[in-house]
Design a protein around this ligand. Structure first.
Ligand SMILES: [Zn+2]
Ligand SMILES: [Zn+2]
Length: 142
């Protein structure tokens, strides 16, 4: 999932004031093409590297948050750098023991080809998806 042996995983925002460490191996990697993820990323999909909540530690800076309700009725808290606006991580009230770090903020290269693509039916036209990738037109059922 990560194309590097360097541990712990580290990362941060675009301006560098918010920094974090991840002290465990990631659990999953998603590329989500839903409208919310397109808005938050400003791109054709959002990348979520799912990690155990207790493995994520801020090492500098103080992110700000805002909250939104998901279609399933849970509360999603979205953390971002107040200086540069980079989205850093999301936490859902339905999954308190996990959080999703935005893939592009990780210093070590996230293996984009390993991502599970979800909400592909809501993606931008002609967004490339690797051949052989696991895809779901909507949210997977688990
Ligand atoms: Zn920043
Ligand atoms: Zn999404």
């Amino acid at each position: 999932m990560i194309d590097s042996d360097e541990r712990p995983l580290t990362g941060g925002c675009q301006c560098g004031s918010v920094r974090y460490e991840i002290g465990a191996e990631p659990l999953n990697l998603y590329a989500c093409h839903c409208k919310q993820c397109r808005k938050q990323s400003g791109s054709s999909f959002g990348m979520s590297l799912v990690v155990p909540s207790d493995s994520f530690k801020l090492t500098s800076g103080t992110p700000k948050s805002w909250q939104r309700l998901t279609d399933q009725g849970s509360e999603m808290t979205c953390w971002f750098c107040p200086g540069c606006g980079s989205r850093i991580y999301h936490q859902s009230s339905s999954w308190p023991d996990q959080l999703s770090v935005k893939g592009g903020t990780v210093d070590q290269p996230v293996e984009a080809g390993a991502a599970i693509h979800i909400w592909t039916s809501h993606g931008l036209p002609s967004t490339p998806i690797p051949v052989g990738a696991t895809t779901f037109p909507f949210e997977p059922d688990d």
